[in-house]
Design a protein around this ligand. Structure first.
Ligand SMILES: [Zn+2]
Length: 98
C-alpha cells in the first residue's frame, strides 16, 4: 500500500516568498550620468573658470557629485581646483547677492 500522496497537502502553499525575487532598485534615476572628465578626458584646470562654473552654483558652492555625476576622483580634483580658483579670485567664495 502506497499512500504517499496526501490529498490537499494541508494547504501550505508558499508562493510569494519575501526576498526571493530581487527587485532591481530604481531610485529615480534621471538618465545615467557619467563623469564628464572621465568621458571627455578633460583636464581639470583651476584657471578654467568656464569649466568650473559648470559645477558651481550661482552662490559659488560646489555642486555635489551626486548631481553632476562626477566620479569621486574627479570630484575631488574639482574641489581642489575650485579652492585654488577662489584663492586667486577667479571664483567667488560666496556671492552675497542672491
Ligand atoms: Zn572621472
Amino acid at each position: 500500500m502506497e499512500a504517499g500522496r496526501g490529498h490537499g497537502g494541508g494547504g501550505a502553499k508558499r508562493r510569494g516568498r519575501p526576498g526571493d525575487d530581487k527587485m532591481p532598485f530604481r531610485r529615480r534615476m534621471q538618465r545615467r550620468k557619467i563623469c564628464r572628465f572621465c568621458a571627455e578626458r578633460i583636464p581639470i584646470d583651476y584657471k578654467d573658470v568656464r569649466l568650473l562654473g559648470n559645477f558651481i552654483t550661482e552662490r559659488g558652492k560646489l555642486i555635489p557629485s551626486r548631481i553632476t555625476g562626477n566620479c569621486a576622483r574627479h570630484q575631488r580634483e574639482l574641489t581642489t581646483a575650485a579652492k585654488r580658483a577662489r584663492n586667486v579670485a577667479l571664483l567667488p567664495f560666496s556671492s552675497s547677492t542672491v
